[in-house]
Design a binder for this molecule. Structure first.
Ligand code: T4K
Length: 393
């Protein structure tokens, strides 16, 4: 049952009707697992009097994540951005690193923050992931590496990027912030490239409040990152490596262990919601729900709709109509990193090389999903899109 009956634009809040939802419906509402199990873990932490610095909960969390992803090492961190920074430094990236502009700005910032120039390559308009040919075009003598991003949890073209990295002697790592629970050719994301970096931010399908991790099969790299996240300490008073504070705290690991147990249920619900959106919008021209590859795992966390010129409203008009209903749809990652400071000053004409990124950035809307989405939401949200897409009489 829809929450509000919407047959025409007259039924919309932008035209004076009451909004569909009393409370805001967010993209990124946290999925929270079994509260009692979490609170038991919190009591254990308090009893232990061990709150951070590689405590037992973090160690258990790392072991469970590594086993879950089928990878040798999981190094838990305080958030995905610091995890990116540490991985970038541990890999020895320098000079220029090729990334998509179509990503959350943290991917670019993690490089720029360390004096490395992010060079933006264009994306494939169908998958929204890096286009390998565009990556080739951006290689210069200063290029030291490539960071592929698994945008929306859809695996980047891993084999093609690895072939380019091998051909040019570049390092390859992945920003897997969206890809917990995703797979590439049947294998869980987490084992590809030199390392992969996850975000477990509150808004992700799987969260540890704030948090992140680097996963890798490389023993040396793992060791370096463990040192780097803890100021380079190996023992009391003994520092053998430059480092920072990238540690995950026990409370976050407790949340992670709890949410790991509940993640399959989150994915199942996301898939149902995603399918419901797709079905409700199937016959509306000018709007399509980005499909996920049915042969690969994906958390279906991001419901991404793309509108084209046959849609009767602009993307921003659609967002305004949704927001008026208290549906806080987002336009991730508009305008693309190249349109944000400091990158638009660094590369004032970047859009000339980023035609697909520009096009996608102006056509995308991300809709709410997750286990907190109220019953009937998908039909109601789709109905707003439907009437906005119809030409007015
Ligand atoms: N690489 C990629 C590709 C990424 O997408 C990200 C993060 C990173 C790297 C960096 O990882 P972290 O350092 O963040 O671990 C959000 C998140 O802050 C960010 O983690 C995420 N990507 C990005 C895609 O989305 P915003 O600016 O949308 O956050 P915010 O505060 O507007 O939250 C989104 C919505 O979620 C809000 O409308 C309200 C709701 N919300 C949020 C929080 C925090 C809640 O209902 N409860 C909450 O606790 O960036």
């Amino acid at each position: 049952m829809p929450i509000k009956t919407i047959r025409s634009r007259a039924d919309l809040a932008i035209n004076g009707a009451p909004p569909a939802f009393d409370q805001p419906v967010h993209v990124g509402r946290p999925n929270i697992g079994d509260r009692d199990a979490f609170l038991l873990r919190i009591n254990k932490i308090l009893d232990n009097q061990w709150l951070t610095n590689n405590g037992p909960m973090v160690q258990e969390f790392e072991q469970r994540i590594a086993a879950h992803l089928g990878v040798k090492h999981c190094i838990a961190m305080c958030n995905g951005t610091i995890a990116l920074e540490i991985a970038i430094r541990a890999l020895g990236l320098e000079g220029e690193v090729i990334i998509p502009s179509w990503t959350f700005v943290a991917t670019a910032h993690a490089l720029y923050w360390q004096g490395i120039t992010p060079v933006f390559a264009d994306i494939d308009p169908v998958t929204h992931n890096l286009d390998p040919d565009a990556v080739r075009r951006m290689i210069t003598p200063r290029t030291s590496g490539i960071i592929g991003v698994h945008v929306w949890g859809r695996a980047a073209p891993i084999d093609e990027l690895q072939a380019i990295a091998d051909e040019y002697g570049l390092k390859l790592m992945f920003d897997a912030a969206h890809a917990f629970g995703s797979a590439y050719k049947g294998q869980a994301i987490g084992r590809f490239g030199a390392c992969e970096v996850f975000s477990f931010h509150a808004t992700k399908s799987f969260n540890t409040f704030e948090g992140g991790a680097v996963t890798t099969n490389d023993d040396e790299l793992a060791e370096a990152m463990r040192l780097m996240r803890n100021f380079g300490f190996v023992h009391y008073d003994k520092v053998i490596h430059p480092g920072t504070n990238g540690k995950m705290i026990e409370v976050c690991a407790a949340m992670g262990l709890t949410n790991l147990d509940g993640h399959a249920a989150v994915v199942a619900r996301n898939c149902l919601n995603h399918a419901a959106y797709a079905a409700a919008l199937a016959d509306v021209s000018g709007i399509s729900v980005l499909p996920y590859d049915t042969a690969e795992n994906n958390s279906h966390h991001y419901v991404v709709v793309e509108i084209d010129d046959t849609f009767a409203a602009s993307r921003d008009e659609l967002i305004t109509a949704l927001h008026a209903e208290n549906i806080l749809a987002r336009k991730y990652f508009w305008p693309g990193c190249h349109g944000m400071k400091p990158y638009r000053d660094l590369f004032p004409h970047a859009e000339l090389m980023l035609a697909n990124t520009e096009r996608i950035a102006n056509r995308i809307v991300v809709l709410p999903n997750g286990i907190t989405l109220p019953e009937g939401s998908t039909e109601t949200i789709a109905a707003v899109c439907r009437v906005m897409g119809k030409a007015q009489a």
